[in-house]
Design a protein around this ligand. Sequence first.
Ligand SMILES: Cc1ncc(COP(=O)(O)O)c(C=O)c1O
Length: 417
Amino acid sequence: MTNITEAAKQYEYFKSLALSLNMERGQPADENFDLSLKLLSAIDENNYITDSGVDIRNYPGGVAGLREAREVFCEQLGVQASETMIGNNSSLELMGHFLTWALLKGVINSESGWLQQKPKLIVTVPGYDRHFSLAAELGYELLTVKMTEHGPDMDAVEALVAADASIKGIYFVPTYSNPTGDTMSQEYAKRLVAVNAAAPDFTIFADDAYAVHHLVENPTPAPNLLTLAKAAGNADRVIIFGSTSKVTFASAGISLVGMSEANIAHWSRLMSVQTIGPNKAEQWRHVCFMRQYPGGLKGLMRDHAKILKPKFDTVQSVLEEQLGNKNVARWSTPAGGYFVSVETTRPIADRVIALAAEAGVALTPAGATYPNGADPDNTNIRLSPTRPAQDEILQAMQVFACCVQLASAEYDQKNGR
Ligand SMILES: Cc1ncc(COP(=O)(O)O)c(C=O)c1O
C-alpha cells in the first residue's frame, strides 16, 4: 500500500488544483439527451390524433395509457402491451402511488389494507436511497438483505418471508442494480417469484429502471420476472416499474408498469379515481419519436452505450491502476446501469468522501446506499460516472483513488496496523 506521507503529499497536490468535479449525480450527460432532441419536434399542430383515433387534446385515451404507447414501450420491461400501464414523468411517483394504495387497500389479492398490519418491506443493500426514503416515509418498516451478484440474498429472503406475515413485499432493482450493477440470476429470480411467503399477498416491487441500459454488446438476458411468476402460478405477485428518464429526457418522459392483466385491471380501477389518464401529448410524442429512431429502443440504447462505455472504462482503468492489488478496496465492473460501487477494505467510506469533497470532488454522501443514511460497515461508496465529461472523470477518479489510499493509510496508522 502507498505510505501515508506519499499519499498525503499527492492529496495536497490535488487540493492545490482547486478542482470542482461532480461524481454524485446519476444523471445522463447532455450528449445522451441530444440523442432524443427530435422528441421536441416529433409532434406538431398537424399530428394530434393517434393511429387508433384518440385526440390527444381531449380527456379520453385510457387510464392505462394510449394503446400505441403500451405497444411501443412494453418492450422496455419485456412484457406484453396488455400487461403494460403508462404513467407520467416519474416511475418513482408511480411507486409512491402503488405503495400508498397498498397501505390503504392492500394489493390485488389482499383481504384488507396493509396499514393496520404494520407492514414491512425487504430492501436490498447497498441500494437506492429514494426507495428507502419513500417506503420509510410512508411508514413501512424496512428489513435489509444483501444485494449479491445473483440478486437479493435469497437464503435471507426465504427465511424472512416464511416466518413473518407482516413482510408484505420486496422492493429492489433487478437489473444493473443501483449502485452495485448486479443483475438477478435466473435461479434467484425463480426462487423469488415462487417464494413461500407467510403473507398471502406478498408482492415483488421490482424497479427495473435500468432494464435496457446495457454497456456491453451482447448482454446476458436478464430473467423475466413476470414470465417466471406466471410459470410459478404467482402471476399477480410481480409489479415491475420503469421509465424513459434515462432513455429520452430525465423526469420529462413517461413511466411504465409491467404486471399481469388482472393487475392492470385492478390498478386501472384504483388509478381511475385519481386521474382520467396520463399525459397523452407526452405519450404520443414518445411513440412518434421512438418509431422514427433508427433501430427503435434498441438502437437508441446502443447509442447511449457508445457515450457511456468509455466513461465506465475510465473508472475501471484508474481503479485498477491506482488501487489494484493494494488491498484497500473492491469494486463492481457493471455490464450496464449507471453506477460503480466501491467497497473499501477498512471502515473509511465517510472519510474518503469527506477528503474527496475537500479536494473538490463531490461524491454520493456517505451512507446513502443504506436506509437512514447509515452504512453499518462504513465501506460503501457509489460512483456516478455518467454525467461528467471523460477528462473530468479521469481527474475525479485520480483524486478518489488518492483519497482511498490516504484514508486507508490514516486508518492503519491510527489502529497500529
Ligand atoms: C433505481 C432507480 N429507480 C428510479 C429512479 C428514478 O426514476 P424516475 O425518473 O422514473 O422517477 C432512479 C434514478 O436515479 C433509479 O436509480
